[in-house]
Design a protein around this ligand. Structure first.
Ligand code: 3PG
Length: 307
């Protein structure tokens, strides 16, 4: 019987697991759950007899892929697939897919939520400031960036976007101002919301050269990936710009240094939780299960990312 393993060190909401189970069992497949595991060896052991795997940010490296003797497909229930070793998968003939757009609303709501939390002094009772009329720069106008723009416009923010892969008209039709260079985006906006993936072009690309262009007060919001930030430069920005704040859903490795010196200007969620809503888990989890069934039964490779 076809075995579908759900390997999630950060478990899906129960309603999502129920939905995944329904899709998998209706297809006549078997569902195996490995939730909240803390040891990578458990993942390696569990994948041994799986035909298909659903993961979130779970590290799916060569060791995992090679351990899956029957493995045919890995679906990342989410957008970013930087946690999966695509070359190892391709070398073994394993198809890798993501589920684009399925958890975008949850991530976008968190980005705006963190902005409100910061401008209202972490709800500590002291007088704060407002988002209305402030300039927000969306760095990458994909599924999440687009929703951030819509919500921010609802707050009355002036929204700008830079994305070399999206046509100017697609940005402008949303009432968002199109920006032609990343430098211009940072020079113009008090708030920057990051929505770039982590890849060879973007790793450490958010550096002092870019950040120091931001007008005062400057607020950087990261619901994307820790790796896209140059962390030494992030610290330098805190040291040189007393107005600078960093709000993040992905913990920087130099968190201790930042917290020690700049606590009032820094917030990070205790665990990556942008996509941690029941709705996002249901959408992404069930989409992943359906994609697996469709691939195993019909050979459908829509959403394959390792072509
Ligand atoms: C994504 O790439 O979809 C988000 O970063 C969500 O990641 P998560 O499923 O690990 O919460």
């Amino acid at each position: 019987m076809t075995k579908v393993l759900v390997a999630t060190d950060k478990a899906f909401a129960p309603a999502a697991v129920k939905g995944i189970r329904q899709v998998v069992e209706q297809a006549g497949f078997e569902l195996v759950l490995l939730e909240n595991y803390t040891n990578q060896d458990d993942f390696i052991k569990a994948v041994a007899d799986a035909d298909a795997v659903i993961v979130r940010s779970d590290k799916t490296d060569k060791a995992v892929i090679d351990a899956g003797f029957n493995l045919k497909i890995v679906v990342r229930a989410g957008a970013g697939y930087d946690n999966i070793d695509l070359s190892a998968a391709t070398a073994k003939g394993v198809v890798v897919m993501n589920t684009p757009g399925q958890n975008s609303n949850a991530v976008a709501e968190l980005a705006l939520g963190m902005m409100v939390y910061y401008v209202r002094n972490f709800f500590n009772g002291k007088s704060g400031w407002e988002l209305k009329d402030k300039k927000l720069g969306i760095h990458a106008y994909g599924a999440v960036g687009k929703i951030v723009a819509r919500i921010a416009r609802g707050f009355g923010m002036e929204v700008y976007a830079f994305d070399p892969f999206i046509p100017r008209e697609a940005i402008e039709k949303d009432g968002v101002k199109w920006i032609s260079s990343v430098e211009e985006l940072y020079s113009k906006c008090n708030f920057i919301s990051l929505h770039i993936p982590a890849n060879s072009q973007t790793r450490q690309s958010v550096n002092f050269g870019l950040l120091s262009r931001m007008p005062m007060p400057a607020v950087l919001v990261n619901t994307a990936r820790a790796e896209v930030i140059n962390e030494a430069d992030l610290l330098k920005m805190f040291q040189e710009r007393k107005d600078f704040a960093y709000l993040s859903d992905v913990e920087p490795t130099n968190k201790a240094e930042i917290e020690a010196g700049f606590k009032a200007k820094y917030f990070c969620t205790p665990k990556k939780m942008g996509a941690q809503t029941e709705e996002a888990n249901i959408n992404a989890g069930i989409a992943a299960a359906r994609q697996i069934v469709n691939f195993i039964n019909n050979g459908d490779k829509t959403f394959q990312v390792n072509k």
